[in-house]
Write a protein that binds this ligand. Structure first.
Ligand SMILES: [Zn+2]
Length: 366
């Protein structure tokens, strides 16, 4: 009996102590809140009174502009819509963009942009960015092109941003750019980006070719290709061999000119690159052939099935897929693989992207 009572009593004691602690903590928080509120609000209240601002206009942003002396009565309505952010450029964005005519909710969009884009936006008059601001690859300086491309096509805004960034709204082979780093394994060579005329990789290595030839490639892709070749044989019984890989500028010129002579420029452009615009000049592209097939055919559908689902394991991608001809500018080539490295190849494969889309969405900084 006595023991039972003792346990009961100490239990009550512990319970009381816990209760006291809880009450103590709650009081501290309530006190703290009231105290803070009174210290901040008395000053803000005074400022609000001085500026004839009614209580229902109060917001954290209003408090901020009042305390930082950047309050402007013209924007009283907008302050309510602007989400307060504790970040370095908060005041600057408000004082720069409210006078340009951006609404409070549009100011919130602006905080979503990169510093580079904010800087570009600072230098131009008001534009409506509401359809684009959420995309990471949105580039303020291309807004007119986005709007035009959206009008003329049936794409959503997200695709419009990517496609315009890739230059699909521009005619091919005009306004072209020389690539910055021809030695990069992510170098993008297409109908809008060309290699320096004299460019030749300085690490050329050789693969055994289908025609008994030595096929030159960049040294860094030799091993990955041999591994791919081995896996194709072991896993799928396919004997892939390269027919051609690195091609120099003058070789490509001869090739292209011959195609033009027989098929005309328009047709030749759909399957052959102009000199300087061929990915083969990078030494990172390889054309394949299944050695078991006759001269007229490079790969069967089954060969392609294996290749398209496995090449990424060694850093290669199908460069000109069947359903992406609008983006790549080339007809389907099931035999043309391109080395981009393991990381890029995996993302490209898993997200069904082209190299153009990958670079725009994952590499280029806006
Ligand atoms: Zn090719």
């Amino acid at each position: 009996m006595a023991k039972g009572k003792k346990i009961k009593r100490s239990f009550k004691l512990i319970l009381s102590i816990i209760l006291l602690i809880i009450i103590g903590i709650s009081c501290y928080f309530i006190y703290d809140k009231i105290l803070n509120k009174t210290t901040v609000s008395s000053e803000v209240e005074k400022l609000m009174q001085e500026n004839n601002i009614s209580d229902d206009n109060y917001s954290k942003t209003l408090e901020y502009v009042l305390l930082n002396n950047i309050y402007n009565e013209n924007y009283l309505e907008e302050y309510k819509d602007i989400e307060f952010r504790d970040q370095g450029n908060f005041a600057n964005v408000l004082t720069t963009f409210l006078p340009k005519g951006y609404s409070g909710s549009e100011i919130n969009y602006i905080f979503n942009l990169s510093d580079t884009n904010i800087e570009k936006l600072e230098n131009i008059d008001y534009i409506d960015i509401s359809n684009y601001y959420e995309y990471k690859n949105f580039d303020v300086s291309k807004i007119d092109r986005y709007n035009d491309y959206y009008e003329d096509n049936n794409y959503n805004y997200e695709d419009v941003v990517t496609y315009v960034n890739i230059n699909l709204d521009l005619p091919v082979y005009t306004d072209t750019l020389e690539v910055d780093d021809p030695n990069s394994i992510l170098v993008l060579v297409n109908k809008y980006n060309y290699l320096p005329k004299g460019y030749e990789p300085d690490d050329l290595a050789y693969l055994d070719g289908y025609y008994g030839n030595n096929v030159p490639v960049r040294g860094i892709i030799k091993e990955p290709f041999l591994e791919l070749q081995k896996a194709a044989a072991e896993e799928a019984g396919i004997d892939f061999m390269p027919t051609t890989a690195y091609r120099g500028y003058s070789f490509q010129a001869t090739l292209y000119n011959n195609y033009v002579a027989s098929d005309g420029v328009a047709a030749a452009d759909t399957y052959s690159a102009r000199p300087g615009y061929s990915e083969h000049q990078t030494g990172l592209a390889i054309d394949l052939k299944n050695t078991a097939l006759g001269d007229g055919i490079r790969l069967t559908d089954e060969d392609y099935e294996w290749l398209s689902n496995n090449a990424y394991r060694w850093g290669f991608i199908i460069r000109f897929p069947e359903d992406k001809t609008d983006i790549t500018g080339y007809q389907f080539e099931n035999w043309h693989i391109r080395y981009v490295g393991m990381d890029a190849a995996k993302i490209i494969y898993e997200n069904d992207l082209t190299l153009e889309e990958y670079i725009d969405m994952h590499v280029t900084e806006y």
